[in-house]
Design a binder for this molecule. Structure first.
Ligand code: PMV
Length: 327
């Protein structure tokens, strides 16, 4: 039996635009998905996840592709989570060349589909635990690349390398196209608000793609997000948190213009700002899920916890370490 964990993340700047090779800055956070694998002798894959849905679920099916349930990613989040595991185990099989089977158990304290990188963390931890179970320990770059291929496949080609690289390496990262690298870990006081909901990443990314094809303003907005990110990077280097916050606000406005915010995300963003946060924006694909606010005081977290529509508010510590090998 082997067990690995990998962290979730927030986008300080640049989601969606990163799909079009604009830069993005992300921070891994100390909310983790933990995946335990045990090899099976019959080549089957059995996935058990206590924490990914309210009731937990177990799915069992054969190794052959036509044995698998034919389901749509958007059909349910639980199904989506299973597809990420299935695809991650395909990567494990690709490393070893064997049609091996596994019992896979997932525990996660990252809400699903909420912009905190749950699928990337599950993919990274599953590939790491699976390959180690077969005697191979992947280097961080290969692990990130294989986890990216997992997301790419499940999201039908609509994925950047950002989430999976951040989850595999930990710390703060900068991503621009295929160029992913660790960046100076900014000492940013991160508060997260979660509305209890989720967005469909594939659908939201497609929506931005269509808008960008139809309207010049949308293409310009994507480029403008790139400008905000470059300015944000300078502000982070200068440790100018006020400017970082202002730029996060601009970034949220531009994401709203692209149609990926929601009423509850906007409500949480304004609750954090009204409480004195230096800045606040949605994180990840949007549509519902989480916002990230910058606040060195306890005010934004307290205000969010009393905001109707905010299910959970918490401070997030930077996860310095990406994948952790537990057993
Ligand atoms: O919501 P998440 O954690 O899946 O993040 C999606 C980020 C996007 O930029 C919208 C898509 C991507 O793959 O980068």
């Amino acid at each position: 039996m082997t067990r690995s964990s990998a962290p979730g993340k927030v986008y300080l700047f640049g989601e969606h635009a990163v799909v079009y090779d604009e830069p993005a800055v992300l921070c891994a956070i100390e909310r983790r998905a933990q995946v335990e694998v045990e090899q099976r002798s019959d080549g089957k894959l059995r996935v058990h996840a206590e924490d990914l849905s309210l009731d937990g679920f177990t799915v069992e099916y054969g190794a052959a592709a036509d044995d698998r349930p034919d389901v749509d990613v958007s059909e349910s989040l639980v199904t989506a989570a299973t597809q990420y595991v299935d695809s991650a185990i395909e990567q494990v099989r690709d490393v070893t060349g064997d049609e091996v089977g596994f019992d896979v158990t997932i525990e996660s304290d990252i809400p699903l589909g909420a912009g905190l990188g749950s699928s990337a963390a599950v993919a990274v931890a599953a590939i790491d635990a699976g390959t180690r179970a077969l005697g191979t320990t992947l280097e961080s770059d290969e692990l990130a690349d294989r986890a990216y291929r997992t997301e790419y496949e499940v999201q039908e080609g609509q994925a950047s390398r950002a989430d999976t690289f951040c989850s595999a390496t930990g710390g703060a990262v900068r991503v621009e196209g295929d160029d992913c690298r660790p960046t100076e870990s900014p000492d940013v006081p991160i508060v997260i608000g979660f509305d209890g909901g989720a967005g469909d990443t594939g659908e939201l990314v497609s929506g931005v793609r269509s808008l960008r094809e139809e309207y010049d303003f949308a293409a310009d907005t994507v480029e403008a997000i790139g400008d905000v990110v470059r300015n944000g990077e300078e502000a982070l280097v200068d440790d100018d948190l006020e400017e970082v916050g202002d730029l996060m606000n601009f970034n949220h406005g531009l994401l709203s213009a692209l149609g990926v915010s929601s009423r509850s995300l906007d409500t949480m963003v304004w609750a954090a700002r009204d409480a004195g946060a230096l800045g606040a924006k949605l994180t990840g694909a949007g549509g519902g899920g989480c916002i990230v606010a910058l606040d060195p005081t306890p005010e934004a977290e307290t205000a969010l916890s009393f905001t109707p529509g905010c299910q959970e508010a918490f401070r997030a510590e930077l996860a310095e370490t990406g994948v952790k090998r537990l057993e």
